[in-house]
Design a binder for this molecule. Structure first.
Ligand SMILES: [Zn+2]
Length: 199
């Protein structure tokens, strides 16, 4: 029998549906919220509420933003000829933190996953073609993840971009810093070799 009052067990059930949380961590968070100072809990609740009302996607790249156009797309210092395609905003942030890319992005907001019913119309592929028509893009860098869905999405994009006057590249995947060749999987090694560069 569930020992908690209904409101508490309902909160635990809802929290445990969040990514990465099981029932144990959900219970720990709920207990923390019960004991935390009132203003902290109110601020958290307000933050969650505002997230849904004030965060939207950029009308150009579909990155999350609180403005109609995100800070990257509205930055005149960015190279408008290069567009890097990523699956989601977290991937965009990882590339931004590397400081290695000065172009703009196109956030697909997902990957092709036919078994889950996610086809080209469920992610922002149509919008990418609209951008190819309206912007002066000369290179598309495909930076989907090296998962089976990420690879399938990259190949699909490669096929449909073939007939466009645009250079299409795929980011190289390598051995991570601190990694060990003998523990690296075959696909990563193959990609690392293919993406090799002159010293
Ligand atoms: Zn944007």
């Amino acid at each position: 029998m569930n020992p908690y009052p209904p409101i508490l067990s309902d909160l635990i059930r809802k929290l445990s549906r969040l990514p990465g949380l099981g029932e144990k961590s959900a219970t720990r968070i709920a207990m923390y919220l019960l004991k935390a100072p009132d203003k902290d809990v109110q601020a958290l609740a307000e933050n969650i509420r505002q997230l849904r009302t004030s965060i939207r996607t950029c009308s150009i790249c579909f990155n999350f933003t609180d403005e109609p156009v995100c800070s990257i797309c509205s930055d005149p210092a960015r190279n408008i000829g290069q567009v890097c395609i990523v699956e989601g905003t977290a991937d965009l942030l990882a590339i931004e933190q590397s400081g290695a890319f000065k172009g703009r992005y196109h956030v697909l907001q997902g990957v092709l996953a036919p078994l889950d019913g996610i086809g080209p119309d469920q992610i922002r592929i149509k919008e990418l073609f609209a951008r190819l028509k309206s912007e002066e893009i000369n290179e598309i860098i495909i930076a989907t993840n090296p998962s089976s869905e990420g690879e399938a999405t990259a190949h699909y994009l490669l096929q449909i971009l073939k007939d466009h006057q645009v250079r299409v590249t795929r980011i190289a995947y390598g051995i991570p810093m601190g990694g060990d060749l003998k523990y690296t999987d075959r696909v990563t090694l193959e990609r690392a070799l293919k993406g090799r560069q002159a010293f």
